[in-house]
Ligand binder design. Sequence first.
Ligand SMILES: CC(C)(COP(=O)(O)OP(=O)(O)OC[C@H]1O[C@@H](n2cnc3c(N)ncnc32)[C@H](O)[C@@H]1OP(=O)(O)O)[C@@H](O)C(=O)NCCC(=O)NCCS
Length: 267
Amino acid sequence: MKPVASPFVPIREGNALAELPTDVIDLWFAFPDEISDERLLSRYEQLLTDEERTQWRRFYFARHRHQYLVTRALVRSTLSCYADVAPPDWRFSRNAYGKPEIMPGLTELPIRFNLSHTDGLVLCGVVLRHDLGVDVEYRERKNAALNIAEHYFSAREVDDLLKLPASEQKNRFFDYWTLKEAYIKARGMGLSLPLDQFSFHLDGNRPPGISFDERCADDPRHWQFWRIKASEQHVAAVAVKSSANMGLSMKKVVPLSGATAFDCELL
Ligand SMILES: CC(C)(COP(=O)(O)OP(=O)(O)OC[C@H]1O[C@@H](n2cnc3c(N)ncnc32)[C@H](O)[C@@H]1OP(=O)(O)O)[C@@H](O)C(=O)NCCC(=O)NCCS
């Protein structure tokens, strides 16, 4: 199934805030290469804090600077769909491993979010209350290889990769990689959580499952995962810790401009 593009509509109708049911994860996909309107980009610039502007100017390559700007505009304008806080007014704290959360006191809504960016795609996932992790990867990146898997993945995942025909290994590698990153991002611990202590189980007919070895104190029953084909070149994964059955709502967005339903293929 190809992603369906319908006309872009304004993200917020008047002053109405978007409703986020407790059992839904909103996924907002932005494609930086499709955003070049100078007036829009200068509006993005105005959303940056002084610290973000300093960081933005530090990027050596224009492509990275552009991606940073779209990312900041995406997270700020997206969060403002749900709560009466203007995009430039969002402030964030980070945990000891760098995971950003909304600064306490800005809104009473228990909004959580997670971000991921790769060449050509930025994803912002939003949910109420639950621990959420998202990851996107560009499948054409050069360092996708079995030796990365052998170094970082669990023995079970490496075995599974080696059993596949060479033509299928790259896609499976990115499935594992994005799922593993989404999980460690949901846990908020980054790479301090060794990637070989848990394994994903991929069976085309079922959503991805997880198992943990004795070093990783966690329970597979608490987790739900998705793999998403976001474009021909991009794969995404989502991890959420929730005992309720969660659903995804996917949108393609141009920050501060408009959004459209984004009917991506679940892998
Ligand atoms: C956070 C981390 C897990 C992901 O980084 P990444 O995959 O390079 O980057 P992503 O674009 O997916 O995510 C970055 C965003 O995640 C968020 N983030 C940062 N630290 C985080 C953490 N501890 N937990 C959750 N989210 C975090 C931030 O919003 C960050 O974007 P920002 O700095 O622009 O705000 C990081 O620990 C890391 O360095 N990963 C390296 C990836 C790797 O080499 N993996 C080995 C092969 S599997």
